[in-house]
Write a protein that binds this ligand. Structure first.
Ligand code: 13P
Length: 247
């Protein structure tokens, strides 16, 4: 019942022609129909990619949680929906750190997206400092409690959780499969306690942070890891393919 998802977060990378080429390479890869692939390109490329998308979904890395109005430079969730976007990332640690997105603001983003029936990949994860003091589990559950667990169980069906320890993002220092499994099972337990069996059994929980072709198989073999949110390795078609077929 849990969906297998491999999502590529391209972050602020690639020029237009590279993005078009990479997307067409990924589109043409033969991957099991059981695996849902989603790419999150820079916003200005979304329209072009969506037009040629057949096998791969195209989502948005960011949006501003107001319908419209005087918010210079921002893109609304309604505008994304209007061009065919159905998936958004919320809560990425880079947005929390560099753009000061707080738990309260992320809750607003969650509500705006869910209100329009969008699928949300909600990111959580602790810094090294928090892990070193052994507070990582309560830290992550607090992030989920603050921004996500006010949703109803029906609304939660639109949500996928991505656990991305900050110390593993872009560092080459992947969480061990044991560390990932421990946190994922802890997150699933929190869903069970808040929403019950059905939600806990059906929600997908992805791992993100230096996931690559050489560690994806081991990570995906953990019983509570349902896929990955991939940064650097999603920028290379071959690597993304290896990860998408690592189940
Ligand atoms: P890396 O795979 O480059 O570590 O990035 C992970 C990430 O932040 C995906 O959102």
């Amino acid at each position: 019942m849990r969906k297998k998802i491999v999502a590529g977060n391209w972050k602020m990378n690639l020029l237009h022609s590279d993005a078009i080429r990479l997307f067409s390479e990924i589109e043409n890869q033969q991957v099991s129909e059981d695996v849902i692939r989603i790419v999150f390109p820079p916003c200005i490329y979304i329209s072009d990619l969506i037009k040629s998308a057949k096998n791969v979904l195209v989502g948005a890395q960011n949006f501003y949680p107001k319908e419209n109005g005087a918010y210079t430079g921002e893109v609304s969730i309604n505008q994304l929906k209007d061009i065919g976007v159905n998936h958004v990332l919320i809560g990425h640690s880079e947005r929390r750190m560099f753009f000061n997105e707080t738990n309260e603001f992320l809750k607003e983003k969650v509500d705006a997206a869910i209100h329009l029936g969008m699928h949300v990949i909600f990111c959580c994860g602790e810094s090294l400092e928090v892990r070193d003091t052994n507070n990582h589990e309560s830290f992550v559950i607090n992030q989920l409690n603050s921004s996500l667990y006010h949703l109803t169980s029906d609304q939660l069906k639109l949500v996928t959780i991505a656990y991305e320890p900050i110390w593993a993002i872009g560092t080459g220092r992947t969480a061990t499969s044991q560390q990932a499994e421990e946190m994922h099972s802890h997150i699933r337990k929190s869903v069970l306690e808040r929403y019950g069996n059905e939600s806990a059994d059906s929600i997908s929980i992805l791992y993100g942070g230096s996931c690559n072709p050489s560690n994806a198989k081991e990570l995906f073999s953990c019983s509570n890891v349902d896929g990955g949110l991939i940064g650097g390795a999603s920028l290379k078609a071959d690597d993304f393919f290896s990860i998408s077929t690592a189940y």
